[in-house]
Design a protein. Structure first.
Length: 667
């Protein structure tokens, strides 16, 4: 019968019974045992527990290894200190703290010629894994090569299994799928024979991903579901999270998006390390982008990017910036899209500078060479011939890699140029569309008053013969309104044409703003009375320093809009007030108001047609001119509005000539 130690009993409890019991109780017990260790043998005993604990609870492994590291330092024992650093670095790597892991493992002490023991090999192995996840492939390859014969230094089958699993993962990441399958199947056999539940679940997961890359989706799904079942039964949340993520990828490829999103959300909930969390956030962001949810995609990808930058994981930064750039482009935010696309290109170039493909090929070559050397130790001539062949193969691969790099650079440059051209074409199309809409509305607005005047002469002649005085007066009012509307439109068009050619006369002088207001209120008196509108007008003397014609056009346009959009019996407030910093003009109505979407682009380059409370038509040219004339006179303009409650324009003008730059008429 097998003997089960108290420590192994804890691991059994942690897998099968901790959902019902307190994890904190076991954790505290293990930490207390570590704190109570005082002698060399006691510290060594506690350290021997950490490798098994690492597979089930890396966070607890980190906490205990920190305690034992201080104990080893107090005992001034380098061997114990190195072993404590090994498990501290390995646990930091397992929870996604890759930079911290490398710092701890780099502090390993070399002494007495014993640095080549199995713990040193494991140290290099975990350090290589951290560099690999950080995207530092060149360093990772060098360290991984130092572990190429690690399985010969130990009889630990779990380490053998992990060695071949990680080697297979390196091949998979390089899209070298046949060697990946070979090593992963070898790892699976070792883990099954050793009854290593974690190793079996993790290896099945990686095999599923390889078959997904080979586009054999049925096999991939079967392997991933098998891994998920094992990991959930054993309480391996980290492996389960990876399976949810990879199954999500599989359903994304088959366009089963609802299944895909549900799996990604499960993966995000169960993620035990930041690396898995970042990858999952990027996957959800990509799905949002594919479904047209661009704002959600940007938010998810930015969250992933912040974590990736904090952990310095280059591959995830590449994925996140690409999603953000594509989303902003589809949202029409081309400045933001260009900004993040440039960041994406910089990250991508850095990634390729690592020459990952070349280094992985070197890994394959060195590994195969090591295998051959053990098989044909006594055949020196064959070894030399093999080396020459491999060198030629490597040179050829370097040439191919350089050629591909040049092609990539050309592709990136062409894509940049195409994006610039596309943006320019888009802007040109917008300008043409605005022009067509502009002339269409002008034609319509010119036609409306002309139609109103059509046949007026015949109607007047008829009403005069019939002596219908009230009809004649009514026709006179219609004629006045049509002519006023036509005159107002033509004035605005003339002003707009002058502003486009930069030939607007600018002759500023000191003017009483109240006089300008009175003149324009009188101009619209008939229309005001016809709608029964009440004008509340301040009688204060308020001086401004501005061009009279431009100022009159500003007041006329804003007053016209206030009347047009006021309801019958409404009220318009016009107030001019001279203050210390200048003179303020406020024009407020209680009419139909302006929608929030239109309010944001009210003074922009686009024009849009609107209707007043009694069907009066306008298209925004007056407000565009108003903004240009306000700028011409060194003034300011702001607007607040709420649909159904009215609109308020607030303008500011200088009251003195001091500090105002005079612009002469260039016409």
């Amino acid at each position: 019968m097998l003997r089960i130690s108290n420590y192994r009993l804890y691991l059994v409890f942690s897998v099968f019974f901790l959902p019902c019991l307190s994890v904190d109780l076991f954790s505290q017990s293990l930490q207390d045992e570590a704190r109570m260790a005082t002698s060399k043998d006691q510290v060594a005993t506690e350290l021997s527990k950490l490798e098994l604990l690492l597979n089930t609870d890396p966070q607890l492994t980190r906490e205990i290894s920190e305690i034992l590291l201080h104990k080893a330092q107090d005992l001034d024992n380098d061997l114990l200190e190195n072993e404590a650093k090994l498990w501290l670095g390995a646990s930091l790597s397992s929870i996604g703290k890759y930079d911290s892991s490398i710092i701890v493992l780099d502090s390993w002490s070399m002494h007495n010629g014993k640095e080549r023991n199995i713990n040193y090999v494991k140290r290099n192995f975990h350090k290589a894994v951290s560099h690999y996840y950080l995207g530092e492939y060149s360093t990772a390859v060098d360290l991984f090569l130092s572990t190429a014969n690690a399985h010969e230094l130990t009889e630990e089958p779990k380490f053998h299994g992990r060695y071949f699993r990680v080697l297979g993962e390196v091949y998979r990441a390089a899209d070298n799928l046949n060697p990946a399958l070979e090593n992963l199947e070898k790892a699976l056999g070792i883990c099954e024979e050793a009854q290593d539940t974690i190793g079996v679940a993790a290896t099945l997961n990686r095999l599923g991903v390889v078959y997904y890359q080979k586009e054999e989706h049925e096999i991939a799904e079967k392997l991933l579901l098998q891994s998920l079942d094992i990991s959930q039964q054993a309480g391996l949340d980290g492996v389960a999270a990876n399976n949810f993520n990879d199954l999500g990828e599989l359903y994304y490829a088959t366009k089963e998006y609802e299944k895909c999103l549900a799996l990604y959300e499960r993966a995000l909930q169960m993620a035990q390390d930041e690396s898995t969390r970042i990858n999952t956030l990027n996957n959800i962001a990509r799905l949002d982008w594919n479904l047209g949810r661009f704002s959600e995609a940007v938010n998810r990808a930015k969250e992933a990017l912040a974590l990736a930058e904090e952990m310095n994981i280059l591959t995830y930064k590449v994925d996140a910036t690409k999603i953000i750039a594509d989303s902003y482009e589809d949202m029409g935010k081309y400045v933001d899209a260009t900004h993040f696309y440039n960041i994406y290109i910089n990250y991508l170039e850095t990634l390729f500078e690592e020459e990952q493909t070349k280094q992985i090929v070197e890994l394959e070559t060195q590994y195969q060479t090591a295998q051959k050397e053990r098989e044909i130790e006594n055949l020196q001539l064959q070894q030399l011939a093999e080396k020459e062949r491999q060198q030629l193969y490597l040179i050829g691969l370097i040439v191919v890699a350089l050629f591909l790099l040049i092609l990539l650079m050309l592709f990136v440059q062409i894509r940049r140029n195409n994006r610039k051209i596309s943006l320019q074409n888009h802007k040109l199309e917008e300008l043409n569309a605005s022009k067509d809409k502009f002339f269409s509305i002008i034609a319509h607005d010119l036609r409306s008053p002309m139609i109103a005047l059509q046949g007026v002469g015949q109607k007047l002649e008829y009403f005069i013969r019939k002596e219908k005085q009230e009809k004649i007066l009514e026709m006179g009012g219609k004629i006045d309104r049509s002519i006023d509307q036509l005159n107002h439109l033509l004035n605005n068009l003339l002003h707009w044409a002058a502003s486009q050619t930069q030939s607007v006369p600018y002759k500023p002088e000191h003017i009483d703003l109240g006089e300008i207001i009175n003149e324009n209120v009188e101009l619209y008196k008939g229309l005001i009375e016809s709608k029964g509108i009440k004008i509340e007008q301040s009688r204060n003397k308020a001086m401004v320093f501005a061009d009279r014609n431009a100022l009159s056009a500003i007041v006329r346009n804003l007053l016209s809009n206030a009347i047009k959009f006021s309801l019958e019996g409404g009220r318009i407030t016009v107030c001019a007030e001279e203050q210390t910093m200048g003179t303020t003009l406020t024009i407020k109505d209680e009419g139909v108001g302006i929608e929030k979407v239109k309010l944001q682009s009210l003074f922009g380059n686009s024009t849009f047609s609107t209707f007043g409370s009694m069907g009066e038509r306008g298209f925004g040219l007056g407000l565009k001119l108003t903004k240009e004339f306000v700028d011409l006179n060194k003034g300011t303009i702001s607007v607040t509005s709420e649909p159904g409650k009215g609109t308020c324009f607030v303008l500011g003008f200088p009251s003195q000539a001091k500090g105002v730059e005079r612009r002469l008429d260039t016409a």
